[in-house]
Design a binder for this molecule. Structure first.
Ligand code: SF4
Ligand code: SF4
Length: 69
């Protein structure tokens, strides 16, 4: 199954939990800093995302939406 995610950058606190738990290495640290001063993560679109939703489950800020295609 293929999937993708959307990250609400203004909610992200840069904790990197999603990056650590993603089994497909589909999330990376970005160069963006949000209004709160946090360095946010981004979906790297490597084509490996399965839509497993682990990232969304571990995100303490509920900043990730998962879509399955
Ligand atoms: S849905 Fe799963 S594979 Fe896709 S980015 Fe999140 S943790 Fe990684
Ligand atoms: S788990 Fe949530 S708050 Fe933490 S880096 Fe990922 S998107 Fe940002």
């Amino acid at each position: 199954m293929k999937g993708y995610i959307e990250i609400e950058e203004e909610l992200c606190k840069g904790c990197l939990l999603c990056l650590a738990f993603c089994p497909k290495e589909a999330i990376a640290v970005s160069e963006k800093i949000n209004a709160g001063g946090y360095t946010v993560v981004s979906f790297n679109g490597n084509g490996a995302c399965t839509g497993c939703a682990v990232c969304a489950l571990v995100c303490p800020e509920v900043a990730i939406e998962v879509y399955r295609a």
